[in-house]
Structures are given as structure tokens and as C-alpha cells.
Design a protein around this ligand. Structure first.
Ligand code: FUL
Length: 472
């Protein structure tokens, strides 16, 4: 294999420990809840009276237990949306549930959700809108930064472990058309100091917005991309000072952001894995009139298979209603989704099978290691292999319609093109023609009866690894 300098550079980019932990969560809930829930809106102006906030039956345990039943492993709550109304009794504002009739102003939704997450074993994270349409300091520079950091610190210290701080990109005008220049460097520093394991998503350096809100994942989803896809402000101000200026039209929606062509002239590459954020309904906040827009099970499963099964995480928004409960339709479809996924992945037929390979780096990384359940184990092809392959013998014939593959991403993302074949009636039949694998790739195909399955890696950066090989 010809040694390609570009491929070599990309091959060496690896995730941080916090990104590795985050990646394992795979599927988790977004909860848009707040003043907008009570005014039937998506973006509040920031001046709806706190008296309107009164969820008479709020039950965070109902939310979290439903998410768990759906197969989700974490929750991200909108602690504050653009309107500035806080779902916790912040000491730094007069615009919060402290001034609402709910629980006589003594309630704390953030706490109830964080507690429920702990009880059900899900991770907890929050969304805090940097754009605040209520606070008069918005647009005033330093004064606003201090206020924003104080609120961040409250959320980062009073509610236990936080797995994610989610910042969105919306940045509008404040009073008299003033716009805040966010001090991302200081916000990020504070998060690193108070919750070093938390990923900072979207307007942050750890997790990348997929580029749409429709649940669509690219055919080839790369976790190694040009540095400028992560926060440009921070990059310019901080770590990568010498980096060339990012191109003018950085576009998260581009179909190709990680192939050799896409990274060709890019000096710096980063590990920046994708997250798909999509709502179960039309809007991000609950509206009864949108009950009929709840996505059917088939659509949710398609989104799950293309995102979680396409090297991205799935952040599915499920907004509670005015009572403070998830609506029946949402609960029903999420419960059905969890049940279906449990059936789909009921028994891994690749367990206790025999794996062989065209090559391996050494005995410690032999073919059999691709089947191991120890997280440190993986098959390694050896350097610069020529179309390496892995072949599994299931020991008997089984009906199979899914194969799950995963690279050992701790050593980077390498595979660029692969084919999955099965021996059927004495001939190798193509099951799936793929590009990237990354953390997880779920290959789905028409059910066939098979005993031998072969993974042929047609193109890879410098070597290939496989740490997950499952059949269902
Ligand atoms: C966007 C916001 O403006 C929407 O209201 C929503 O919160 C979405 C997840 O992010 O930027």
C-alpha cells in the first residue's frame, strides 16, 4: 500500500477520554421544557410573566423512566432557553420558577430531572442558551459574561455529575440591537474546571452538530474533520493559534466533510464526532395541536438505525406538556421503540464464534479479539495492509439480517470503504457495500441463512481495527 501523508495525518487523530465515554451513550433524550410550553411558542421574547409557569402534575420520573424504556442512556434538559426563564432557582436573575406559583416558588425542575436520572441510572446534562432575551446585560460584553458564568457555575456545581453542556448557535440581538460577543474561552474553562468529564456540544469543541434537524446522517460520517468545524472563536483565540484561517463558507451541512478530498488542504484536523438532534414532534416545545405530528415507530427506528448505526449519536427531543408530563402518544411510541430494539438485538449470534483474518499486527490483536467483549481488545490488521479481511464462522447456519461493526476508535478512525459478504449456496453474496464504520456501523440487509460472513476492507487510512462484530 502506498503511504499517503494525508491519510497518515488523519489516521493519528484520536478522541479524548471524555469523548470516548460520551460515544458509548449512543441514544439519549433532549427535553425542551420551560416558559414556551405555557405560551405555545418556540422562541419566547423574554417577558412572559413567571406566573404562567405552573405544571400541575410535573413528574420527572415519568420522563426518565420512559426514556429508559426506549433504550436511552442520558437526558439533556433545557435549563434555560432563549427567553431567559430559568428552570432552577438561580440566584442571579428574577426570571425563574422561583417567581412562579409552581410549588410556591420552591420547586427546581433541574434538580428533579437530575435526581430522576440518578435513580434510573441515566446520565444528566443541560442546555443553557447563551442568547438571553430577558437579561438586560445581554449585549454588554463583560457584565453579561460574568452573569452567564455565574449561572453556568450554579448548574455545574449543584446537581451532581453532568455529562454534557449543550450550547446552541442561535445568537440574536438584545436591547437596542446589541449583540453579545460570547467569551467562549472563559465559558469552556469554567466547564473544564468544574466538570472535567462533561463534553461541550455544538458550540463547543467535543461534539459536532450533524448539520440538520431532520434526523439525517451522512452516508460517510467521519469523526476526524477539519478543525474549523469546531468553535471557530475558540480555536482562533486559544489552542490552534498558528492554524490557517478557516475558509469563509464553513458549512456543517456539506455532505462530505471528512474524506481525503475534504481534508486535503487542511493543516489541522480534530476528533469531532457527530450528534443528530431531532424532535419526536414538529416543534422543539410541546403543543397539543402537534400531537398528530409525533413520529411513527418506523420513522424513529429508521432515524435510530441511520444515526446510531452510522457513527453518530442520537439526541431525540421529547417535550413534556403543560401538566409537566410526557404525552401519551410520545410515551407509547417510545415504549414500543425500546421493545423493538430489544427484539432486534436480542441475541448476538456472533458470540462464541471463530474469527480468522488475512493478517494481524501481533497475537495480542489477532482476529478472535474482534469478538471479545473486553473494551481494550481489538483486531489490528498491521500497518499498510492490502485489502485486509476478517471472516467469521458462526458454527452453524442462522437467519441474519443485521451485522454490527465497530472500529477501536481509541486508535482513530481508519476504514474508508468496505464490503460485507456472506457465503450463500457456496457463493459469496454482497450484503452491504459501505464506506465509513467508526464507533458503530449497523449494516441492515434482507434476511438470509448463513454461516460464514466476511468483512473485506477495501480502503483504509493506515491500518484497520475492529472491536465490535455482532450478528442478529
Ligand atoms: C436551536 C434553538 O433555536 C431551538 O429553539 C432549539 O433549542 C434547537 C435545539 O436549537 O438553535
Amino acid at each position: 500500500m502506498k503511504i499517503d501523508k494525508l491519510a497518515e495525518r488523519a489516521s493519528k487523530v484520536v478522541p479524548s477520554e471524555r469523548q470516548l465515554k460520551w460515544q458509548e451513550l449512543e441514544f439519549y433524550a433532549f427535553v425542551h421544557f420551560g416558559m414556551n410550553t405555557f405560551t405555545n411558542s418556540e422562541w419566547g421574547m423574554g417577558f412572559d410573566p413567571p406566573e404562567l409557569f405552573n405544571p400541575t402534575k410535573l413528574d420527572a420520573r415519568q420522563w426518565v423512566s420512559t426514556f429508559k424504556a426506549a433504550g436511552m442512556r442520558a437526558v439533556i434538559l433545557t435549563a434555560k432557553h432563549h427567553d431567559g426563564f430559568c428552570l432552577w432557582p438561580s440566584a442571579y436573575t428574577d426570571y425563574s420558577l422561583k417567581y412562579s406559583p409552581w410549588k410556591d416558588g420552591k420547586g427546581d425542575v433541574v434538580k428533579e430531572v437530575a435526581d430522576a436520572c440518578r435513580e434510573y441510572g441515566l446520565k444528566f446534562g443541560f442546555y443553557l442558551s447563551p442568547w438571553d432575551r430577558h437579561d438586560p446585560r445581554y449585549g454588554e460584553g463583560k457584565a453579561y459574561d460574568i452573569f452567564f458564568k455565574n449561572q453556568l457555575a450554579e448548574l455545574l456545581t449543584n446537581y451532581g455529575d453532568v455529562f454534557c453542556v449543550w450550547f446552541d448557535g442561535a445568537c440574536g440581538e438584545g436591547k437596542k440591537g446589541k449583540k453579545q460577543e460570547y467569551n467562549w474561552v472563559e465559558y469552556f474553562e469554567l466547564i473544564r474546571k468544574l466538570q472535567p468529564d462533561a463534553v461541550i456540544s455544538i458550540m463547543g469543541p467535543d461534539v459536532r452538530w450533524i448539520g440538520n434537524e431532520a434526523g439525517i446522517t451522512r452516508k460517510s460520517e467521519w469523526s476526524v474533520v477539519p478543525y474549523y468545524y469546531s468553535n471557530a472563536d475558540l480555536i482562533a483565540a486559544q489552542s490552534q493559534k498558528d492554524a490557517a484561517k478557516p475558509p469563509k463558507n464553513i458549512n456543517h451541512t456539506s455532505l462530505d466533510i471528512g474524506s481525503r478530498r475534504a481534508i486535503k488542504n487542511v493543516e489541522n484536523l480534530i476528533w469531532y464526532p457527530a450528534e443528530v438532534d431531532v424532535s419526536i414532534r414538529k416543534g422543539w416545545f410541546y403543543r397539543q395541536s402537534e400531537d398528530i405530528t409525533v413520529k411513527p415507530l418506523s420513522k424513529l427506528l429508521d432515524i435510530y438505525y441511520s444515526s446510531v448505526g452510522g457513527n453518530a449519536a442520537l439526541l431525540l427531543n421529547v417535550p413534556p406538556n403543560k401538566e409537566g408530563l410526557l404525552a401519551e402518544r410520545d410515551v407509547d411510541v417510545l415504549t414500543a421503540m425500546g421493545a423493538q430494539l430489544a427484539i432486534d438485538f436480542n441475541e448476538n449470534l456472533a458470540d462464541d464464534s471463530v474469527m480468522t483474518a488475512s493478517s494481524c499486527l501481533d497475537e495480542e490483536h489477532n482476529a478472535q479479539k474482534a469478538l471479545s467483549h473486553n473494551s481494550g481488545d481489538y483486531w489490528h490488521s498491521g500497518m499498510y495492509p492490502d485489502k485486509p479481511w476478517l471472516m467469521i464462522d458462526l458454527g452453524d447456519d442462522y437467519d441474519i439480517d443485521k451485522v454490527v461493526l465497530g472500529e477501536h476508535i481509541r486508535t482513530g478512525q481508519q476504514i474508508e470503504k468496505f464490503k460485507l459478504l456472506a457465503e450463500i449456496d457456496g457463493k459469496w453474496k454482497l450484503l452491504h457495500d459501505g464506506t465509513t464504520i467508526g464507533y458503530k456501523k449497523i449494516c441492515r440487509f434482507e434476511e438470509e441463512r448463513m454461516r460464514y460472513i466476511k468483512l473485506v476492507i477495501e480502503k483504509t487510512r493506515c491500518f484497520a481495527t475492529i472491536s465490535k462484530f455482532e450478528a442478529y
